[in-house]
Design a protein around this ligand. Structure first.
Ligand SMILES: NC(=O)c1ccc[n+]([C@@H]2O[C@H](COP(=O)([O-])OP(=O)(O)OC[C@H]3O[C@@H](n4cnc5c(N)ncnc54)[C@H](O)[C@@H]3O)[C@@H](O)[C@H]2O)c1
Length: 249
């Protein structure tokens, strides 16, 4: 598979490069980023319309920023290239545009590419349904450089709990101030930012005299890179449409 790596100069871009550098099946032929990086052994484009390799590309893997999505979608649609979109922090309008583009090209979009978190989503939906009178709170922790909060994964976990409770829940980002009574349908999401924490997500089900907590810890960014490559291998065989990591599991 011949790949354009979007966000090639970033933390995840370097992790994907490290994972694929000795691969016989997959090759990164070009990168897209907001700045150049002379240490990478493939050309980096600041504007994909200048990409000389575009005729041979099978797929784009995107770990960049919501700011690049319009340009990436225009390029992918014009050249009919499949996309694995792993960036987070999109607005509702951007999410809609991604889904619409999937009418014409295969797109897999997930806010968390790791196997563990995708299994956690299935379990959280079930727990929310069975523990129907428990209060739910979500805590997420990330490194000091993470730009968006709460994390895309925390929002995914909220959506899983919400599915289990027939869409009755509503999200409260960060608690502050004075509360009289806690609404059973409210899910507080607390974000912590500091140091080099790769990523931690806990969903707490607090009932009368008992607490059940499910937690995922990412020890390395390699889990996201491996998941994105697995997603790419799946997506390359698909027709145009919108896919998630659930389709890959
Ligand atoms: N889905 C997942 O499993 C998962 C896992 C980790 C990170 N992420 C997301 O991936 C993204 C990148 O994470 P990171 O830690 O590597 O970030 P980073 O800040 O280290 O790197 C960002 C990369 O995007 C590029 N970029 C930024 N703005 C751009 C623009 N307007 N146009 C083109 N390129 C642009 C930068 O040049 C850089 O190469 C973030 O959105 C992050 O939340 C997702």
């Amino acid at each position: 598979m011949k790949i354009i790596l979007s966000g090639a100069t970033g933390k995840m871009g370097h992790m994907i490069f490290d994972t694929l550098k000795n691969s016989k099946e997959h090759q990164i032929v070009a990168g897209y980023a907001a700045e150049l990086d002379p240490d990478l052994p493939f050309p980096i484009y600041l504007n994909l319309n200048e990409c000389q390799e575009k005729e041979s590309i099978d797929l784009i893997i995107d770990f960049s920023s919501p700011n690049s999505i319009d340009h990436l979608l225009d390029f992918a649609l014009e050249n009919k290239i499949a996309m694995v979109i792993a960036s987070t922090g999109f607005s509702n309008e951007q999410e809609d545009r991604i889904k619409k583009a999937a009418d014409d090209i295969p797109i897999l979009h997930s806010k968390n590419m790791s196997l563990g978190v995708n299994v956690m989503q299935i379990l959280v939906e079930k727990m929310a349904a069975v523990l129907s009178d428990f209060d739910i709170e979500i805590i997420e922790k990330h490194h000091r450089y993470k730009k968006d909060s709460p994390s895309g994964t925390a929002k995914m976990l909220f959506e899983s709990a919400n599915k289990g409770r027939q869409n009755k829940l509503h999200e409260l980002d960060g608690r502050a101030g004075i509360y009289d009574d806690r609404d059973i349908n409210e899910v507080g999401i607390s974000a912590i930012r500091g140091g080099t924490i790769v990523g931690e997500h806990s969903v707490i089900f607090a009932g009368q005299d008992e607490i059940l907590e499910i937690k995922h810890t990412a020890n390395s960014r390699a889990i996201f890179a491996n998941g994105a490559i697995k997603a790419a291998e799946f997506l390359i065989k698909q027709k145009p449409g919108f896919y998630t990591m659930n389709d890959v599991l």
